[in-house]
Design a protein around this ligand. Structure first.
Ligand SMILES: [Zn+2]
Length: 475
């Protein structure tokens, strides 16, 4: 870790993207930070001349660290499982539940490290992990220790599943937990780890998994506990038509109405996916200040659908991005996810009629320009959007008082060749490459394109031994 009162100077970036209130992009820009907090951002000549650590980033674009709002790091152990390659969500889950339940604490450690390493190499500095399968001795503590080891800003849920197949849920009974155990462990984890202070490197959320794996009682009790302790609430919602059919059949309500009945529409809540919603439900999210985490790769991979991200934005709903579990993506590439969000929003234009009275307009008509997601809008979703969804005002932008979380891309990389008329947009339009530097709270996690906080090669080798054992299991 940094010594006390350590300073960091970044200077001479080809362009530094602030995402501040004026959305400044500063040519020849830099920043000065002390103890992980930014004190100054501006043209390099306006910054202090020296610091304990200096990064001279000429020929780089510097961007605020990306914020991943929905993930399941343990699924890095079960990427690309052959039996789950070509099936939709419910069949995909059924193929995985027992394998996830069979992971060991040591396997969970390596999966967390591998997933966070890949995220850091693609510009991510803050990750929320929706952990929800706790069997075989695994606890949230395993992942927290790993996140501290590699050094990313981490938010993790003491998530849960309590509704097994014998009671009408999707997961096998031997993969779920007793509700009193879940709530007791939730209290323990919050008391031990949750840090609400500005600049926090570790926060806890409560996240019952989904309407088809958790009882209404546990949804309600989790919300009551979260609000008593001041932590945020999260779950999967409106991800697939199968889920909508499930809640209609079992509870007589669409997913959003079901969650409203359970007291789950509030500013302290964000939902993953939120694909299958109507205009009224988008209005409900806005009214209650609920956040949404858009997971485009996972939604495509599992043929779940396309979330109405532009409609959410027009309505003023908070939207962030998530790579989702690495078994439904099958990666942990956060810059790639921002690119995917931009591209999928464009595909969506071609799939719906124009929004004006003239339904004959083509996608090229200038009156439809506002429907296009720009590279900068996708970057905003991945930075400020994610910060808002996670309830953080101290990350997502490079400005005085914010955390020194950022990443840098080399502009002499082959992927950018010929695309440098707009180096900021190039970060998304051109094939996303590795970050040259990724810095969290002033501490380099990636330097010169390599992870420097852990021995990644050794971790990957151990991780793959655990993964091979799980792949050999049956459903
Ligand atoms: Zn998920």
């Amino acid at each position: 870790m940094n010594p006390p009162d350590s300073t960091l100077l970044v200077r001479n970036a080809t362009v530094l993207v602030t995402m501040d209130g004026a959305r400044r992009e500063i040519a020849g820009g830099g920043l000065f930070a002390r103890n992980g907090i930014i004190e100054a951002v501006g043209p390099s000549e306006t910054l202090p001349a020296t610091a304990d650590r200096i990064l001279d980033l000429d020929d780089h674009v510097v961007l605020p660290g990306l914020v991943n709002c929905h993930h399941h790091l343990d699924q890095t152990l079960t990427r690309n499982l052959p039996v789950a390659q070509n099936v939709n969500l419910f069949r995909w889950l059924t193929a995985h539940y027992r394998r996830w339940a069979a992971r060991t604490p040591e396997a969970s450690r390596t999966a967390t490290l591998v997933g966070l390493a890949e995220l850091a190499l693609t510009g991510c500095t803050t990750c929320f992990d929706h952990a929800y399968v706790f069997r075989n001795g695994c606890t949230v503590d395993d992942q927290i220790a790993a996140a501290r080891e590699i050094g990313l800003r981490f938010m993790v849920s003491r998530g849960s599943m309590s509704l097994g197949q014998s009671r009408g849920g999707l997961p096998p009974d031997d993969c779920v937990e007793a509700e009193e155990d879940i709530l007791a462990d939730s209290e323990r984890v919050i008391a031990r780890y949750h840090d609400a202070a500005p600049g926090s490197l570790l926060q806890i959320a409560l996240a019952p998994c989904s309407p088809f794996s958790v009882t209404p009682e546990l949804m309600r009790d989790s919300a009551t506990l979260a609000r008593a302790k001041g932590v945020r609430l999260h779950t999967h919602l409106a991800e697939t038509i199968d889920e909508e059919r499930y809640t209609l059949a079992r509870f007589g309500k669409r997913p959003v109405a079901y969650m409203e009945e359970l007291g789950w529409l509030g500013e302290d809540v964000w939902f993953a996916h939120a694909v299958h919603v109507n205009a009224h439900e988008i209005g409900c999210f806005k009214g209650a200040e609920v956040g949404v985490c858009h997971c485009p790769s996972s939604n495509m991979r599992l043929a779940s659908g396309i979330a109405p991200v532009k409609a959410y934005r027009r309505a003023g709903v908070k939207v962030g991005l998530g790579v989702d579990g690495s078994a439904s993506n099958d990666g942990n590439n956060m810059l790639g996810e921002a690119r995917q969000a931009m591209l999928l929003a464009r595909l969506q234009i071609s799939l719906r009629p124009p929004e004006g009275p003239d339904t004959t307009l083509s996608t090229s008509d200038p009156s439809r320009d506002a429907e296009w997601m720009t590279a900068r809008e996708a970057l905003e979703l991945a930075t400020l959007g994610g910060a808002a969804v996670l309830g953080r005002s101290d990350i997502g932008a490079l400005a005085p008082g914010k955390c020194a979380d950022f990443f840098a891309l080399r502009l002499d990389d082959v992927a950018f060749a010929g695309g440098l008329a707009d180096p900021v947009a190039a970060a998304l339009f051109c094939t996303p490459g590795r970050a040259a530097f990724t810095v969290v709270h002033g501490r380099p996690i990636v330097a010169h394109g390599e992870i420097v906080s852990i021995d990644l090669a050794a971790v990957v080798a151990e991780h793959n031994r655990h993964a091979a054992r799980l792949a050999a299991l049956s459903e």
